[in-house]
Design a binder for this molecule. Structure first.
Ligand SMILES: Cc1cc2nc3c(=O)[nH]c(=O)nc-3n(C[C@H](O)[C@H](O)[C@H](O)COP(=O)(O)O)c2cc1C
Length: 324
């Protein structure tokens, strides 16, 4: 069978991306996914701030664990010049070290596309609806990652089939992000027209992910109804497990935060404050083996996950090694 455009673009064996995850993308997880024939994606803030690597050294470490292709995520929202300059520096290092597949989220990816294409690389952009896809395509991206309403992290609003119907019109490869943890869901996504899947939650409950055991067990225990959307993390809905911490915090911003979010002048400031607070809390929760920091992101596919297994087993279960 002819290879899909995604398999050609990513240079991998299976159409499976382990999506970038702050704070869960530890180097061993990223490398294990690539070694197993999928695409491991580096989340640079996770690599440096959570897992403590200098970016170049962290990437070199991942490359010492696998010789297979890797991807890298760039959250390109222009929140500050300092952050933008850091992203630019990380992008240059990644290109210098041979990374050729990039996933951009938020913002306008034109400057990433321009740089990456000079190296013969590829850029796919996260989208939740048509208007973002149109902007990304105008910026020259090579593919779209369709983030649906079951995804972990920043969830979309639409079910995966609606999103596909709209995005297929653009004639670019489309990847399904959200809700995939079983072979049936994986096969449904591919047979409906998606060229690949991007999974996060399933890979947290893997042996190679360095998340704490209480976090992994909470994913195993969670049913779909236990996954809720909170706006307290960044001002826009993020999927989390409904733990006592989340219940204490509430799901919506307080009055002052709401007021600031509604005013153009303060919107960026309050989103930055909320995000910085969350980055720290999520980092603390990741490694807390007592489980007392129970601030845990996960998508609705948690309801389909019942074991902690290796990355290779996860990929084998999905593919049965028949789709190469
Ligand atoms: C814990 C967690 C953290 C995430 N962090 C990011 C991130 O930093 N950048 C990003 O583009 N997507 C992020 N995502 C989204 C994933 O890359 C992926 O698209 C999503 O998990 C797919 O949905 P699933 O969890 O149902 O498999 C995150 C998801 C999870 C579960």
């Amino acid at each position: 069978m002819a290879k899909s455009q995604f398999l050609i673009d990513a240079g991998v064996e299976h159409p499976i991306i382990c999506g970038p995850m702050y704070p869960c993308s530890n180097p061993e997880l990223v490398a294990a996914v690539s070694s197993s024939g999928g695409l491991g994606v580096i989340q640079p803030i996770s690599l440096t701030y959570v897992h403590g690597y200098d970016f170049r050294e962290g990437l070199a470490y991942i490359q010492s664990l696998t010789s297979k292709p890797l991807g890298m995520n760039l959250l390109i929202e222009k929140s500050s010049k300092k952050y933008h300059d850091k992203m630019l520096e990380w992008l240059d290092i990644a290109l210098d070290m041979g990374v050729r597949f990039f996933i951009t989220s938020l913002g306008k990816p034109d400057w990433v596309v321009e740089k990456v294409h000079q190296y013969g690389g590829i850029v796919y952009h996260d989208v939740t609806e048509t208007k973002w896809a149109e902007k990304a395509i105008a910026a020259g991206v090579d593919g779209l990652i369709a983030v649906n309403n079951r995804a972990g992290g920043h969830a979309g609003q639409q079910p995966c089939n609606h999103l596909l119907q709209q995005l297929q019109a653009f004639n670019l490869p489309v990847v399904c992000a959200g809700g995939i943890a079983t072979r049936a869901a994986y096969q449904d996504a591919l047979s409906s027209g998606y060229q690949a899947v991007q999974m996060g939650t399933r890979f947290i409950a893997s042996e190679e992910c360095s998340a704490s055991m209480p976090y992994k067990l909470a994913i195993i225990k969670a049913q779909e109804k236990d996954i809720v959307l909170t706006e307290r993390m960044t001002g826009v809905p993020v999927s989390v497990i409904n733990t006592p911490y989340i219940q204490r915090q509430g799901l919506t911003p307080n009055r002052l935060e709401r007021w600031m979010l509604a005013h153009r002048k303060f919107k960026h400031l309050i989103r930055t404050i909320l995000a910085l607070k969350s980055l720290k809390s999520l980092k603390d929760s990741l490694a807390d083996e007592k489980g007392s920091h129970d601030y845990w992101q996960a998508g609705k596919s948690a309801g389909d996950i019942s074991s902690v297994i290796t990355v290779q087993q996860i990929i084998d279960e999905l593919t049965d090694n028949t789709d190469t």
